[in-house]
Every structure is written in C-alpha cells, then in structure tokens.
Ligand binder design. Structure first.
Ligand code: SF4
Length: 249
C-alpha cells in the first residue's frame, strides 16, 4: 500500500525498533530523546560524512547526504554516501560532465548500465543484531524506488574497524526490512508504547534514565504479560473442551 507524505517514518526508526520497540515508541511516538556518549559519537560521525562535498574518485561519483524517500514502504531519511559507477566508458563521460540531477536521469534511463552503492557510517564495530543491515537495506529500497534501479549490495563503514563490511541485499534481508517498516507503521498508528523489560542492552540505551526499566517496567511488564497470558488462555479454552468431554465420557 503506498503511503502519503504525512505518513512517512524516518529510516532511523527501524534501527530503534529492532534495538527495542519501547525505545522506538519513546522516541518517535512520545518524542522523547536523550543523548549519551554513544549517540553523540554517532551523530559526529554522520555529520562529518554529510559535511564533505560530493567528489569524483576515478570512475565513481561519491554523493554525500542524499535525501531519500519511499512511498511504497513509507520511509524518509538521508544516505551518508551513495556511489555511482558506470559500467562502460561512454557513461563514464556522462558521470564526469553531468550535474547531479542529470546523473540521476541518466541512471533512471539506463539502470542496468550503472552500479549504485549505498554506504553508511557507523561508530564502533558490527553489531550482533540485524539493525545496521536493515537500515542500509531500507536506504536501498528508497534508492531503488527513486532511481528505478536494482541494487545488489552496499557497505557499512565501522569507525573502530576503519574498513567497509559488504552487505548483500538478498531476499531475506529485504523481507526483514519490509516487515520492520510495516511493524513500525502499526506501532506508530497504535500510539501505544510497549512496557519496559530490563535486559543487558538497556545499559547502552540513551533513554535509560527516562525509561527506568528496572523500576517502571516491573509493574507494567507484569501487567502486559498477564494480559498476554489471559488472552492465550481465552483462545485455548474452546480447543480444550472436546478433549475434556472425551475423557469424561
Ligand atoms: S532502557 Fe531498555 S527497555 Fe527502556 S527503552 Fe532502552 S532498551 Fe528499551
């Protein structure tokens, strides 16, 4: 279902959702935000990536801070870097001589003749979860829609490693990304913030002092679990009746 401009959600929301649905709701539904060392470092890294101007490096045009949007998935945001590389020398001339808007038109006209590669900067090192890959894949869904091109792979650049990690946009990652976008749209339109459940990741969460997962979560999480338990019992009740009847017969 295509979304309207007013329904677009920021790309970063997907990363927040995969880290913790409550964090995503606190930031994007309740509009709460707090910085910690990790978020400030991340912000500086992205700012540096966006501040530099576009450049031509060999046969690759490096475009920084490109605005992104997908109406199909209801996403909006910005890419740190998108690289455009032509497949042959004729297009290499186009690359060197055409302003950015013309370059986008050239890619749209002949998508198979270009390699488009999104690159995202991240502080630290690769995470154990899918959140960074999903965010990059969400950028790719936007680029594919905007430029009518197919993108096979991108890269994540981690500050600690100082080198790129390749990300293949396979069917599984695309499905995870689309599902995360749909989940976030549902979360946002419900307006309901999930209860806090304390776990080890809370210690790295910038919202811990606002969320108070060890205190606030206890009662609310228990209420949430009780509701889920009651719901499960009420759904199971009709199925258990026939068995009870057979045993007693
Ligand atoms: S402190 Fe924990 S439960 Fe609260 S928003 Fe952060 S990660 Fe989620």
């Amino acid at each position: 279902m295509p979304y309207t401009e007013a329904e677009l959600i920021p790309l970063s929301a997907l990363q927040h959702l995969l880290f913790c649905p409550r964090q995503a709701a606190l930031i994007h539904v309740e509009q709460l935000w707090a910085e910690n060392r990790l978020t400030v470092e991340g912000m500086h890294l992205h700012r540096r990536a966006h501040e530099a101007t576009d450049e031509l490096r060999g046969d690759t045009r490096i475009v920084r801070g490109l605005a992104l949007r997908s109406l199909a998935h209801g996403l909006v945001g910005m890419a740190d870097i998108v690289e455009f590389t032509p497949n042959d020398e004729t297009r290499a001339t186009t690359l060197r001589t055409t302003p950015l808007r013309g370059l986008f038109q050239a890619v749209k006209a002949e998508p198979a003749a270009w390699q488009v590669t999104p690159v995202e900067y991240k502080r630290g090192k690769p995470k154990s979860d899918e959140s960074d890959r999903v965010q990059l894949c969400a950028q790719t869904l936007c680029l594919e829609e905007m430029l009518m091109v197919k993108i096979a792979e991108g890269s994540l650049f981690y500050g600690k490693r100082k080198r790129r990690t390749r990300v293949l946009f396979d069917a599984e990652l695309r499905a995870t990304t689309v599902a995360a976008a749909e989940r976030f749209h549902q979360l946002f339109s419900s307006g309901v913030t999930p209860p806090a459940v304390y776990s080890a990741k809370c210690d790295n969460c910038s919202l811990i002092s606002l969320c108070l997962p060890k205190i606030a979560g206890r009662g609310l999480a228990q209420q949430f679990l009780n509701r889920q338990f009651s719901l499960a019992l009420s759904m199971e009740a009709p199925r258990s009746d026939p068995d009870d009847h057979e045993e007693s017969a």
